[in-house]
Design a protein around this ligand. Sequence first.
Ligand SMILES: Nc1nc2c(ncn2[C@@H]2O[C@H](COP(=O)(O)OP(=O)(O)OP(=O)(O)O)[C@@H](O)[C@H]2O)c(=O)[nH]1
Length: 610
Amino acid sequence: MNMISSSKIVKCLILIPLLFVMFAFKESYAQEPLSSYHELKTIPHLNSDENRRFVAQILSEIEQAKYLKLQAPIYAYIAELKTNKGNWIDGRNYLVLAIATLKHVSNDHLLIDALASISAIFIMRGNYSDAIFYVQKLAEHSFETGNSRGQIIALNRLAKSYIELELYQLALEPLQKAIQLAQQTKNYDSELLATRYLIKLRNNLPEADPQETFTLMNKAERIPVQGKLDDGYWYRLKGVVNQGLGNFSAAKRWYALAYTKASSSHDVHLLQMVNKSFAELYLALNQPILALDYASESLRYNRQTAHLNNRAAIHYLLSNIYQQMGDDKSSLKYLRTYADFQRLAREKNTVSLLTTMDKRLSSIKSQHKQEALKNSLLTNKIEAQESEKKQQFFIFIIVALTLVFCFFLLVFIARQRILKAQMLLSMKDELTGIYCRSYLKEFLPAMQSRLDREPDKTLSLGALILDCDDFKFINDTFGHDGGDKALKAIVNTIKTQIREHDLLLRWGGDEFVLLCEAITQVQMRELTERIVAAVSDMVIEYDEHSLTVTVSAGYAIHDRNQSFNFDALIKEADEFLLASKKAGKNSYLGEEFVDESMQYLPNSYVISEV
Ligand SMILES: Nc1nc2c(ncn2[C@@H]2O[C@H](COP(=O)(O)OP(=O)(O)OP(=O)(O)O)[C@@H](O)[C@H]2O)c(=O)[nH]1
């Protein structure tokens, strides 16, 4: 026993820490891709082996199904990096993956990241319609969820698209809103980005004051963002602003810095831009040969990116350079190709914009359809609920009415019973407690229906009338109370002789009637005899006296061959009673003892002496 429990303890001691380690490991493993994703977002390029290995590792991690929600933002960011560095094909492949996995993103923050990267990529690719499509998605989601970061990114991306499309006036409003919102929410990164776009915008606005743009640039440098201004794009922009102010040497310095940055990170996009800026600078400095070198270099990088707008811009620049060089033929040639690219770019963007509108329209339509479906489902649900409520209300009313009805019915039945009990009570004789003659109105209809329901006519009804003999004498001798006591004693004695369902009535005064159902002539005679004998046998103790009393009786049985006539039956019995009295009292008579003219039958006991 001890051995078993100690081995169990040892197992537990090993297993519990092991489970803890496994659990902790599982937690850290589950956390890993998310932290890797945050780390990925700090990578500026993929030119180093270390960064490439890191990205490969992340990609292998997110291929597992449990990291589905991370796939879109990671693919999108990698696509952004690849596109930004001029790897157009890889960029597009990861972009396709990002869009395909977008539906798995449930996290607000991750969805904004993914949409921000996707729209940035489309902007870089010069595909503004798709850019605007995803910017709209980003805006819709951010405004719906109240995410200010997403809202600012959407505004910035929209402005950037407008700037690239040379729709400068349209870009102004979203930029101002983005800056305002970024300042309110202290989102310095976005504020800086929006300010940079604003500077870029002002550089392109002919009416913009270069001095004001310069001031704006200095203001941007005071935005408390760590390290964000240490990038080639910012240096180039500073160069452009300085060039706008005529500070060519300063512009040259900034371009050179931007160039170094672009070369070290092999940023094709930036290289194309910086070379173009250099070309513009040298053109402004009347050095067309140098300008041509830089412009050609820019064109070389631009070919890698296939950015039509930029291509057109470089061709325009080349045309200007050749013009400065006095080579009108080449200038014209580049002006023509500029026009071609410009037209192509516009066509592409017009077509794309139309496609976007079409996509938006169908997405709105499907949204409307879904809304309508949702509404109709909701309406159905509400209707179902309402009809259920109605049904419940209806059932409630029925139940309530039934209960009320039952209540009143019960009250009615109880009341009827009370009334009947009261009525029956009123039909009882106070002295003896038996029913009075008035009870016949209850008894006779019931009796009649019993006879009617009986087809073989075997049920009989016997009627017996009893009258106290010389009761006046008892009253006179013992007083009325003595008479009462004698009457009660007679009733009690009769009760001892009859069946439960026989009906004994006080007919009036000292007279009683007994009605017996299902009784034969013989049984009736025997019963009468027993009653008359029992009464005469009793001795009533009253006021120190012992008194006796006798009764005379006559009985009759209803003949089932004739229709039921109660009065006739009683009359017949009463006649026998009278005959019995005449014959000497304390006796009884019935049909069997007399002939039709009520004469005593010869050779028979006309009077049954008890
Ligand atoms: N104590 C008492 N006497 C009653 C009551 N009802 C009637 N009586 C009396 O009963 C007597 C009935 O008298 P009768 O039936 O006419 O005559 P009887 O004296 O009985 O003589 P026979 O019937 O001929 O034998 C009367 O004196 C009534 O006052 C009652 O409730 N209590």
